[in-house]
Design a protein around this ligand. Structure first.
Ligand code: MN
Length: 291
């Protein structure tokens, strides 16, 4: 078995606010080594590292905005977020849950702190990913998957208090509940200090590892809290070891080798399709959603 080695380890880039509710480090695509092409199908990664929000009656968040051409995946580690979109789907996700929204041909949505969480305030920590769609699926119908923590596949490791929680794809014989358009593996390694987990993904898959909590080692390389490791295309196999109790997000996906044309909230294959997206938005083809 060949080793998938660490290509680079990144500190979290300086954070910025998305609306007034999300304080995020954008790893993908703003870091030059983590372009949409290099990381496909993961074309955006905003990481809201742990932060405490003071109580507020009116929930913080991001107002109504469109998306077309990809999926948004929100993984909640701390806090609660509420979502509403123009297809009528809505939901609240809390600690350990995932919201997987397929924007595809287009939706309007808004994302806010859940009302009661906002009132009480508290710790907030989330990852939002954009997962690209192949050209043939970009204009398919929008859909929404609410994935509660209890529905996730869990692979228990030897010490049995450590486990891999599978959101999408597969870890050994355990499958994740999310349905995906292209092969995507998405999982949390929740490991107690001293325990180890082995991972194996095809050599050409784009693979990253993000430390959400605690301190880990990837193939022996230190990975502190909030740091991201980019894996090389040189083999299949790597190992994560928990130095302290840790939560590590592991992503690996088959690249979609098609042209990428991205602007703002739209990710298509050509400039013409971006122009069309703005035209469709102005004609109201993304539906309606109240602020
Ligand atoms: Mn959005």
């Amino acid at each position: 078995m060949t080793t998938k080695s660490v290509e680079a380890i990144f500190n979290p880039p300086a954070p910025h606010m998305v609306g007034d509710g999300f304080r995020v480090h954008n790893f993908i695509p703003s870091m030059p080594e983590l372009s949409m092409e290099r990381m496909s199908p993961f074309i955006m990664m905003d990481y809201n590292s742990r932060i405490s929000f003071p109580p507020r009656e009116h929930p913080r968040g991001v107002g109504v905005h469109p998306h077309r051409g990809f999926e948004t995946v929100t993984i909640a580690y701390k806090g609660k977020v509420a979502h509403h979109d123009s297809t009528g789907n809505s939901g609240v996700i809390g600690e350990g849950d995932v919201q997987w929204m397929t924007a595809a041909s287009g939706v309007l949505h808004k994302e806010y702190h859940e009302q009661e969480f906002s009132r009480n305030g508290g710790e907030f920590q989330m990852v939002q990913l954009w997962v690209n769609l192949p050209a043939k699926d970009k204009m398919s119908a929008p859909k929404y998957q609410a994935i509660e923590n209890a529905a996730m596949g869990k692979y228990l490791l030897d010490d049995s208090s450590s486990f891999i929680e599978v959101i999408a794809g597969q870890y050994k014989d355990i499958k994740g509940p999310a349905s995906t358009f292209t092969p995507v593996h998405m999982m949390n390694a929740k490991l107690k200090a001293g325990s180890k987990a082995e991972f194996s993904f095809p050599t050409h898959y784009n693979t990253v590892v993000l430390t959400i909590e605690g301190h880990a080692k990837v193939n022996g390389h230190e990975l502190k809290t909030d740091h991201l490791a980019l894996m090389k295309h040189d083999g299949e196999h790597f190992e994560i070891e928990a130095v302290t109790d840790t939560i590590v997000l592991v992503l690996s996906g088959e690249p979609i080798n098609e042209p990428i044309a991205a602007y703002g909230p739209f990710v298509m294959n050509s400039r013409q399709e971006l122009v069309q997206a703005y035209e469709d938005l102005s004609k109201g083809k993304f539906g309606e959603l109240e602020e």
